[in-house]
Design a protein around this ligand. Structure first.
Ligand code: PEP
Ligand code: MN
Length: 367
């Protein structure tokens, strides 16, 4: 596949020489390529707005077989025309080695791996193998369900194949039943990914999280506050007529207004935030120190109980006592405005540690 190796082109946004994305890095375009006319009518205004990468799916991984499955190979030719006319880079989704081969041959600048593919290590490995020796940026969406390890694994597979320009895309997580979002954001997961790969740019696919135009702004603004590097947004010149994801796409004009409204905290503001927050952060550090001391005192008392249980040959686990501890913690939590599920998780952790300690004390007896 070496023959596909990208030409390096210094004025492009996603270049390999300076792997530093502009911030905000903007990826936008329709869910699916439907016709050349649709792509051009959508792409022209987006290029004016300053979008860096124009997206359009040509092979669509649809959940149900009767949905529109994408236009296929012909869409690659339409994307090439968009690129030629607008000078935006173009991106499409790949789910197997054949897609990779065809997309690279057609001169697609950026590939993306969709949420339904990231879940499958066989598919991700097949794509990674097809990309060996190729210098192309790849956007990796999170898997459909909230499994951080699968997302990490997909990025690792691409890195091992020699792909250096990887962009992580947070598109939210599926769940069963009605909800505010189409895909729940669970922001802690992309933030944990960022801790693991601080060098990998992270953008937010606000369209698949929102599932409706009315949530786009709040999701985008939240991503900006969390220092995401950019956005992926579904834009269609006639959203109502879109063949896929019609209900969540917006017009280029709506996109322009949306992008203008978002307040991006610049990296240079970080020192100011640090200064403004220093006092509060110091107080939090002090409280954390006390919290740890209190926990340690509690665990010493747990040890004493462990010794008593050992001496009197009493069962380690006392369900009635545990129920009481749990109930009163819930009551105290409610009085102090702490959510019940938070207290539940905290006390499960404390109880586990208490049992572990007492188990150790019991085991010592046997030796
Ligand atoms: C898409 O980007 O149109 C798409 C199918 O997204 P996801 O893989 O996030 O569901
Ligand atoms: Mn879509």
């Amino acid at each position: 596949m070496k023959e596909h190796a990208r030409q390096k082109d210094s004025h492009r946004a996603v270049t390999s020489e300076s792997w530093q994305l502009p911030r905000p890095f903007l990826v936008a375009g329709p869910c699916s390529a439907e016709s050349q006319e649709q792509l051009l009518h959508t792409a022209r205004p987006l290029a004016q707005i300053g979008v860096h990468v124009f997206r359009a799916g040509v092979w669509k991984p649809r959940t149900r077989p009767d949905s529109f499955q994408g236009v296929g190979d012909i869409g690659l030719e339409w994307l090439r025309i968009v690129k030629e006319e607008t000078h935006m880079q173009v991106a499409t989704e790949v789910a197997n080695a054949r897609h990779v081969d065809k997309a690279l041959r057609a001169g697609i600048d950026v590939l993306w791996i969709g949420a339904r593919t990231t879940v499958n290590p066989f598919s991700v490995q097949e794509i990674a193998d097809a990309l060996k020796g190729v210098d192309v940026p790849v956007m990796v969406k999170n898997p459909i369900h909230p499994d951080l390890q699968l997302w990490i694994g997909a990025i690792e597979r691409l890195k091992k194949a020699g792909i250096e320009r990887i962009i992580a895309v947070h598109r939210g997580f599926a769940f069963y039943g009605e909800n505010y979002y189409r895909n729940k954001p669970k922001w802690i997961i992309p933030l944990e990914l960022r801790q693991i790969f601080p060098e990998v740019p992270l953008i937010c696919d606000i369209s698949h999280i929102s599932g409706s135009p009315k949530l786009l702004y709040e999701v985008a603004q939240h991503a900006a506050r969390l220092q995401f590097d950019g956005l992926m947004t579904e834009v269609h010149y006639r959203p109502q007529q879109a063949k896929s994801d019609a209900y969540q796409q917006i017009t280029p004009e709506e996109y322009r207004k949306l992008i203008e409204r978002i307040d991006w905290l610049q990296a240079g503001d970080e020192w100011r935030i640090a200064v403004d927050l220093e006092e509060i952060r110091n107080k939090i550090d002090q409280i954390d120190r006390e919290l740890i001391k209190v926990l340690s005192k509690r665990m010493q008392l747990v040890n004493e109980i462990g010794l008593y249980k050992k001496q009197h040959r009493i069962a380690l686990y006392q369900p009635k006592r545990w129920a009481q501890v749990f109930r009163q913690a819930q009551q105290w939590g409610a009085k102090n405005h702490l959510p019940a599920d938070f207290i539940a998780r905290l006390y499960q952790l404390i109880h586990q540690e208490s049992l572990r300690r007492q188990q150790r004390i019991m085991d010592d007896e046997e030796e």
